[in-house]
Design a protein around this ligand. Structure first.
Ligand SMILES: Cc1cc2nc3c(=O)[nH]c(=O)nc-3n(C[C@H](O)[C@H](O)[C@H](O)COP(=O)(O)OP(=O)(O)OC[C@H]3O[C@@H](n4cnc5c(N)ncnc54)[C@H](O)[C@@H]3O)c2cc1C
Length: 303
């Protein structure tokens, strides 16, 4: 349940970065609640780390990752499914397809857990968490159970802003009845599109930067709807490398660890692109990838 100096970066999708000073893997709600009731140390909550850079200096305090007791997926009725926050997005999408619940297929190609998907308002191919969340179950910093409505989550594009310090433990998701065969076909099509356009077999963290807002596009003189990858391409980012970190040639908003990257390389590469976008267009690219822990080496500009 407890580990000290536990490798964390090595278990992230980027496969690099530091350790957790103390790692807590609660087996269930009761263990998490008991810990939070007594804890005074800073807490970092992580899922599968598919959207996170673990800085090389490691994560101080207590890092929590939810154990198998948080991975249950229960089919409630023809439209609703309840999932523990540690359940994988792909597992939930498959369970929904089997139960004939449409509207959750978008989760099928998004690596990581539903806890991370809630925090990031993850989405793809026309769907996002904000469309399907009915309720979110969480524990607050004192271990008290809280139920949040979609409004409480304050979902925005690839972001949410619930009251601070909450650890999501599960969610109730709602779709609509649809023939399973149609849902499986949709999931197959998503899989094909991803394989064609994204370096999903590499060590990556998904989209590095969020797409610029309409206001940011207007200010930078870009047409509305300009994508982050187009900005990255315009500033010479495609294939740009620092150390072992590289912006993918296949999809230049995806950063990859080519094998020898440190977390410092990854973050420095992202900051270099941000600097170029700011210098060239007055545009501040927003990191979509979360970065946690302490930087090692030269100080990095924060977002
Ligand atoms: C190849 C690839 C493709 C991707 N494609 C997409 C895509 O199409 N669309 C998309 O939106 N994302 C995409 N991503 C990013 C990522 O898959 C999603 O953001 C995913 O939902 C992250 O889940 P995670 O469990 O890995 O979260 P983590 O990376 O571990 O954490 C992300 C954030 O969520 C918070 N968090 C995690 N669990 C909890 C919890 N239980 N309670 C409170 N906060 C929590 C963390 O503190 C952190 O801030 C992609 C990533 C990869 C590697």
């Amino acid at each position: 349940m407890w580990r000290t100096k536990a490798p964390l970066g090595a278990a992230s999708w980027f496969r690099c970065g530091g350790t957790a000073q103390r790692l807590f893997l609660p087996p269930d709600d009761a263990a998490l609640e008991a810990f939070l009731t007594q804890n005074a140390a800073p807490v970092t909550i992580l899922g599968a780390m598919a959207n996170t850079i673990i800085r090389d200096g490691g994560v101080p305090g207590v890092t929590i990752r939810l154990g198998p007791g948080f991975a249950d997926v229960t089919h409630i009725d023809t439209c609703q499914i309840r999932a523990g926050a540690g359940a994988l997005n792909g597992t939930i999408a498959a369970a929904a397809a089997k139960a004939g619940i449409g509207g959750l297929a978008f989760l099928s190609g998004i690596p990581g857990t539903i806890g991370g998907a809630l925090a990031m308002n993850a989405g793809a191919y026309g769907g996002e968490m904000a469309d399907v969340v009915q309720a979110v179950y969480a524990l607050d910093t004192q271990g008290r159970a809280v139920t949040l409505t979609p409004a409480d989550m304050r979902f925005a594009y690839r972001a949410s802003a619930p009251p601070p310090g909450l650890i999501f433990t599960g969610a109730l998701l709602r779709g609509q009845a649809r023939p399973p065969a149609a849902i499986w076909a949709e999931m197959e099509s998503i899989k094909r599109k991803r394989l064609e356009t994204q370096p999903i077999r590499e060590r990556t963290g998904g989209s590095t930067f969020a797409n610029p807002s309409p206001e940011d596009c207007a200010q930078a003189g870009f047409p509305e709807g300009t994508k982050a990858w187009q900005v990255v391409a315009r500033v010479g980012g495609r294939g740009l490398a620092i150390g072992g970190a590289k912006m993918s040639e296949q999809h230049c908003n995806f950063m990859v660890n080519t094998g020898t990257a440190t977390a410092t390389d990854l973050e420095a590469l992202g900051e270099e692109i941000r600097r170029r976008a700011l210098d060239a267009f007055g545009l501040t690219l927003r990191w979509e990838i979360a970065r946690v822990g302490v930087a090692k080496g030269p100080a990095l500009r924060s977002s």
